[in-house]
Ligand binder design. Sequence first.
Ligand code: SAM
Ligand code: SF4
Length: 323
Amino acid sequence: MENIDRFGRRITYLRLSVTDRCNFRCIYCMPASGVEWRPHADILRYEEIVRIVRAATAIGIRKIRLTGGEPLVREGIVDLVQEISRIPGIDELVMTTNGALLPLYADRLAAAGLDRVNISLDTLRPERFQWITRIGRLEDTLAGLYAAREAGLSPIKLNAVVMRGINDDEVVDLARKTREGFGVRFIEPMPVGKPDTNLKGRFVSGEEIRARIERELGPLIPVRDEGPARVYRISGAPGEIGFITALSAPFCDRCNRMRVTADGKLRPCLLSPVEIDLKGALRAGAGDEEILALLKEGMRRKPYAHGLAHEFPHDRTMSEIGG
Ligand code: SAM
Ligand code: SF4
């Protein structure tokens, strides 16, 4: 099979960072000063993204996630969604967003063919939200959440990065959101890029979060393993709880994805600095066969990075790579 890599993993999922820009400056993702945005000319154009996605279907990619940066700050994003949703072979088109612009876009995204959204939500307290995101307002993201639900972009997953002494006292409140039908993903903070908030000492393991939730809400019922997440449910709650434990329990054996950075580099693994220049090839006039060959090369060079979990990359921020 084309999409089985040398470790027997089936690669079916491509995460595309459509912009490195963002309307927030989350403490775990960016320095307070922001990062220097790349010039527009360095960012993949929509027609280039579409060509990459078409080629990716030929190596067995079936799921696309648009991420960033904040995908909704890029002009014309609805048109991109529409174009990708029409590509034969793409079964699932989803987006990760901070949600603040969803009240404006949710209906149009759904109409254009977006299947669902993951929304970052680390806290349910307005002041804390503003402190963590440095710019954002909780009410905007919550309005986005409900707009997405109204538009049918469901099931919606809420992504919460849990940090000791910052928001770890809210894991039970966040877990309760599953009673409203939202999924919740608890993410261990990863020391990626150069956020100027020192995440050292802030780490909380998925195991600890789970124990805290179980103490208050009873035993979590295992549902399945899904890509990097182990998925559970609270008894009686329709939404699911997942734990993404990149540090405490790496999941390389289940990794099914590659990434494309905002500036058009194929990155087979978040943890490894290996990058393959798709944009350079596209702009040098590469044909579809050449792009396909580069995607296959990415799959061939996709490492098994268990041993690297203590060496998170500092060459780029999450917003550039596409978290
Ligand atoms: N702006 C969008 C958002 O925040 O949802 C999409 C891009 S953001 C980089 C994607 C995801 O990466 C978010 O859920 C965010 O919480 C997560 N993320 C960013 N930096 C992280 C870090 N250092 N450790 C763990 N997760 C991180
Ligand atoms: Fe922006 Fe998302 Fe990074 Fe927060 S996590 S700064 S919303 S890209």
